[in-house]
Design a protein around this ligand. Structure first.
Ligand SMILES: NC(=O)c1ccc[n+]([C@@H]2O[C@H](COP(=O)([O-])OP(=O)(O)OC[C@H]3O[C@@H](n4cnc5c(N)ncnc54)[C@H](OP(=O)(O)O)[C@@H]3O)[C@@H](O)[C@H]2O)c1
Length: 224
């Protein structure tokens, strides 16, 4: 019986991850760390409010088997490129280091399609740097999901995403070949896929683009 540690549980993908993990008998404990309290997701769920600027002082909370990181922000939300990098690169890296030091053997990161540490696009470069940083920590298994534009019920209004989803979602069935990358990825599929992959636990570093996310989500490896 394993312990899952989840960061980003108040977000779109993180919320689905919490629901699936808490309903999945393979994890005896599902621990969430966030900056505000979360409603309980069930008897195995244990929530902690933490200061993300002092994670190292709360190192004991990072004891787990599997670290799931679904943290993320936008430059607009964060207020600056530096603040964006803090959430999308520095925090995932620090959390990975703390969890690894506390005994975690697997980490699962929600990244993004196009992530590339050498990209000239700031967003893609930051995501690529985050992947590289997390993969360098020394886990036995590193699973990196790279969804395209996320579809799902988001409380916050992001007009750019809404317009893109309104245009691309109906076109999804005909977006094939190189255009397939434009098909939105269901946030729930990302969560289902990561839970299924976490349970299968392939060793080494693996990257899951949108089509692989959909396949893993359909695989039925997630119990709930
Ligand atoms: N949006 C897309 O279309 C898209 C596409 C591909 C990949 N992605 C990536 O997928 C991942 C998950 O995306 P999502 O849309 O599910 O994210 P989301 O709904 O925006 O949730 C982000 C999570 O990060 C937390 N967070 C943000 N800033 C924080 C801070 N300064 N300190 C601590 N926690 C902070 C949020 O907590 P609070 O609730 O406290 O704010 C929330 O739990 C992200 O890495 C994102 O870049 C997104």
């Amino acid at each position: 019986m394993r312990t899952a540690l989840l960061l980003g549980a108040s977000g779109l993908v993180g919320g689905h991850l919490l629901r699936h993990l808490a309903a999945d008998g393979r994890w005896a404990r599902v621990v969430t760390l966030g900056r505000r309290p979360l409603a309980t997701a069930g008897p195995t769920h244990e929530d902690h409010v933490v200061d993300f600027d002092r994670l190292a002082e709360q190192a004991a909370l990072f004891a787990c088997d599997d670290l799931f990181c679904a943290l993320g922000t936008t430059i607009k939300q964060a207020g600056s490129r530096a603040a964006f990098r803090r959430v999308d690169l520095e925090l995932p890296f620090e959390a990975a280091q703390l969890a690894h030091s506390a005994g975690a053997t697997q980490t699962l990161l929600v990244s993004a399609l196009g992530a590339d540490p050498d990209s000239r696009v700031f967003y893609n470069r930051t995501k690529g740097e985050a992947e590289r940083a997390v993969a360098s920590v020394g886990f036995e298994a590193v699973q990196i999901a790279r969804p395209s534009l996320l579809a799902g019920d988001r409380a916050e209004v992001r007009w750019g995403e809404r317009v893109a989803l309104a245009v691309l979602s109906p076109l999804a069935p005909v977006l094939r070949g190189p255009l397939a990358a434009l098909r939105p990825t269901e946030a729930d599929d990302v969560a289902r896929a990561l839970v299924a992959v976490a349970a299968a636990r392939p060793a080494g570093t693996h990257v899951y683009p949108p089509e692989a996310i959909r396949e893993w989500a359909r695989s039925g490896g997630a119990e709930a």
